[in-house]
Design a protein. Structure first.
Length: 309
């Protein structure tokens, strides 16, 4: 009779385990543990309390331990799943590669043209800026000799050095923003300049910083020192102010392809900033001509000295 009862209990225990397994191993172990505890309690109750007290306590403690372990497993599994889900939701997507980003049509649509046409447009823009700069510089020459107020105005031109120095610092503090407008390899079908964008952003930033400081020093010397005084020479006999202006003119011309890249391929500065319309690029082109003209006027002595050498 006892053997038959024991077999029935084992069959019931196996059925309970199979049913609860569909809810997960942890739940199955808890249910099985509960059922085993009930069986143990039932069997223990048929014996004398004095003979079975120690064994009952051991059985109940063991079953309770299994249940606690299963609960810990459920909690750990749930916490891990929740943490992983939150991590996936908060994970920042990787930025789109520049080559793919600038393959989309820009506001000017120039990057959709065949590469020979794109290269022709780049060359045309550079030549137009050069011709416009010569014309504007000649205009400044004529009005400087005719109007005294223009001569007084020239003393403020070296203040551009402060703008260049500040811009040079941002090449290091906002390096990724400037790297975004550096032309990608193969741009216009002709751009294969060696070196990484970060390298070019950093050396141009250092050059702007040094050139801006030199322009400020030269401008302050011209403003405060008497007319018969001579400005300290660095590269040529024209003085540090003229040398800095000439160097900044060459540097700005070398960085102009980045501005053209913004126009032809839709590069943005800052990266998440709005797209610049075609009219905005035209206005910036006019301002760049004015900047070139002012720098040439301030650095004319250096260019003349270099041509004589």
């Amino acid at each position: 009779m006892k053997v038959t009862s024991l077999l029935k209990m084992c069959l019931l225990l196996e059925s309970a385990s199979a049913f609860t397994a569909s809810f997960g191993p942890a739940t199955a172990s808890i249910t099985t543990g509960n059922f085993a505890t009930n069986i143990a309690s039932s069997n223990i109750s048929r014996r004398s309390p004095a003979a079975t007290t120690a064994k009952a306590k051991a059985t109940i403690i063991s079953s309770t331990g299994r249940r606690r372990g299963a609960f810990r497993q459920i909690i750990a599994t749930t916490s891990s799943s929740t943490s992983l889900a939150l991590f996936n939701q908060n994970q920042i997507p990787e930025p789109e590669p520049p080559a793919e980003r600038y393959s989309l049509p820009s506001p000017s649509k120039i990057n959709t043209f065949p590469e020979p046409i794109q290269a022709s447009i780049l060359l045309l823009i550079m030549v137009s800026l050069g011709i416009s700069t010569i014309a504007f510089s000649s205009f400044l020459d004529s009005i400087t000799s005719q109007y005294e107020w223009v001569q007084s105005w020239r003393y403020t031109w070296p203040l551009l050095g402060a703008i260049y120095a500040a811009a040079g610092i941002t090449h290091f503090t906002l390096s990724e923003e400037y790297e975004n407008i550096f032309p990608t390899k193969g741009a216009w079908g002709i751009w294969y300049l060696p070196g990484s964008p970060k390298f070019h952003v950093q050396w141009t930033g250092m050059a702007e910083l040094l050139g801006g400081i030199g322009l400020l020093i030269g401008g302050a010397y011209d403003f405060w020192m008497p007319v018969w005084g001579e400005c300290p020479n660095v590269l040529t006999n024209a003085g540090i102010g003229s040398d800095a202006a000439a160097a900044l003119l060459v540097l700005t011309a070398a960085m102009t392809p980045a501005n053209v890249f913004m126009y032809t391929h839709g590069a943005k500065l800052p990266i998440d900033g709005p797209e610049v319309p075609v009219v905005g690029h035209l206005i910036r082109g006019v301002m760049q001509v004015v900047l070139f003209g002012l720098l040439y006027q301030m650095g004319q002595g250096t260019f003349d000295d270099l041509l004589k050498a």
